[in-house]
Design a protein around this ligand. Structure first.
Ligand code: ADP
Ligand code: ASP
Ligand code: MG
Length: 448
């Protein structure tokens, strides 16, 4: 079989008709690209997240649906011969209105996911039409036929084995005759209910499909010309990285470089599929290649920033020389499906960080969790923190690392430091108000 590339186009890449046309031409110009995964058009998922919440009043509900309709209509109006696709999108919007109504009457996490999925359902139908308008034989495929998950709504876990066998049976045979357009971010559980994989999950969907289809390449088309030394929105000194190892890029994604969903590189690494990251606005500018073997391994590769971190400190004199305390704390967190990012411990206390982003669809640190922890120990919670991660190579064996990093940001209150567990990162927490300045200063120092 000839080479296969799975391409993913993010929200800004399918934001309007002009953007969609650019993406369609990228597909047209590369015969290997036969599977296309799309996100919802920019802005739509944020509106859907609000629409899916329990406290949306009727007038806000109508306003949100109007805004979503306007985004989609703006694209539909530019299409020729689009009555069928128009009718399809209208049907999804009607379904959305009914789901929102049900949600207002009787909230459930399952309905939330059904609401969130509407964005990708609409953008995929529209993008398939745009591809057809360029003369490309295209089918819009419902990814839920292959992306089977558990029922952890908002952060569903994909059944990799089932995905593989369904892809071989249902998707692979189609690829010889047409381009398949499908939805990122969504799946279906054993009960037949729609699920979602967590915010930004389309990158991960594309990587999983690339793995299941034995693809030769995964291309993530976004709004920047590759992975940068830090978020280019923070400093104009950030520069694109030509080539980066799986390990380094995975650390960046894990520590908040929004460019890739944290899990994206897991399937790519498992199956050794090279990943390309580039801009759908400027495909001619090239991008970043992420692969197993790279030529350089610089001490400092990049700086990632993750905002809206919560620091929880649990303290108990019972911990002194005792065993099993940490296991009890973690059992409570596991029961509530909460995942811990950083940990530091001292004699009688443990500090843990959690990601608590606005618009998240994942489990959050609720008062129920805190109450349970309080049965065990004293609990202190601090919000308004950001996690800065310096990513590179051999950091655990680099002398002068501490002064290189901290001497230049010595006016900032560093709340927590984690170093030593990985050769590839050093992370610390700073107050949110200082975070961008810290990253900018650090970037000036480490990447001058
Ligand atoms: P998409 O909708 O295509 O998935 P995202 O907004 O999720 O796009 O991700 C792209 C954004 O990631 C960029 O616009 C940029 O601001 C941000 N970003 C954060 N860290 C980095 C980095 N190290 N390199 C490039 N972009 C980054
Ligand atoms: N549309 C979803 C989101 O905005 C998934 C994605 O774009 O990757 O989170
Ligand atoms: Mg994204």
């Amino acid at each position: 079989m000839s080479k296969l590339t799975v391409a993913k186009f993010g929200g800004t890449s399918v934001a309007d008709h002009h953007a969609m046309l650019r993406c369609a031409n990228i597909v047209k110009n590369d015969l290997a690209t036969r599977v296309v995964v799309v996100s919802a058009s920019a802005g739509v998922t944020n509106h859907l997240v609000r629409l899916s919440q329990a406290d949306v009043a009727q007038d806000e509900q109508l306003l949100l649906i109007e805004k979503i309709t306007a985004i989609q209509n703006n694209i539909l109006q530019q299409l020729d011969h689009a009555s069928e696709v128009q009718a399809h999108v209208e049907k999804i919007l009607d379904h959305l209105a009914s789901l929102a109504q049900q949600q207002a009457e009787n909230y459930s996490a399952q309905l939330s996911d059904a609401i969130l999925a509407c964005g990708e359902q609409m953008s995929s139908v529209i993008f398939a039409h745009v591809l057809r308008s360029l003369g490309i034989a295209t089918e819009c495929f419902d990814v839920r036929e292959v992306m089977r998950t558990n029922s952890l709504y908002g952060k569903a876990v994909v059944d990799i084995e089932a995905l593989k066998s369904h892809c071989v049976e249902l998707l692979q045979p189609k690829l010889t005759s047409k381009v398949i357009v499908t939805q990122g971010f969504i799946g279906k559980d054993g009960l037949g209910h729609t699920t979602t994989l967590g915010r930004g999950g389309s990158d991960y969907s594309a990587a999983l499909l690339a793995e299941a289809l034995d693809a030769d390449n995964l291309a993530i088309w976004t709004d920047v010309v590759g992975i940068f030394t830090t978020d280019p929105r923070i400093t104009d000194q950030a520069r694109a990285i030509e080539e980066i190892s799986f390990g380094e890029a995975a650390e960046m994604a894990t520590f908040g470089a929004k460019i890739l969903h944290p899990a994206t590189l897991i399937p790519a690494m498992r199956h050794n599929i090279p990943v390309f990251v580039g801009s759908s606005k400027e495909p001619e500018k090239g991008g970043t290649r992420i692969q197993q073997q790279v030529n350089s391994a610089p001490t400092y590769r990049s700086i990632a920033l993750r905002k809206e971190q919560t620091l929880v400190t649990v303290k108990s004199p019972a911990m002194l020389h005792a065993s099993g305390f940490l296991a009890q704390v973690f059992a409570i967190l596991a029961k509530h499906e909460l995942s811990v990012d950083l940990i530091t411990t001292s004699e009688i206390s443990v500090a843990l960080t959690f990601d608590n982003p606005t618009g998240s669809t994942q489990a959050l640190l609720t008062s129920a969790v805190v109450q349970e922890l309080e049965q065990l120990c004293e609990v202190t919670i601090e919000h308004g923190l950001s996690l800065v991660a310096v990513i590179g190579n051999n950091l655990h064996a680099t002398s002068g690392l501490g002064s290189n990093i901290f001497d230049n940001i010595n006016e900032v209150n560093i709340r927590m430091i984690c170093h030593g567990a990985s050769a590839n990162n050093l992370c610390f927490l700073v107050p949110e108000k200082d975070a961008n300045t810290v990253v900018e200063q650090l970037h000036n120092t480490l990447f001058a």
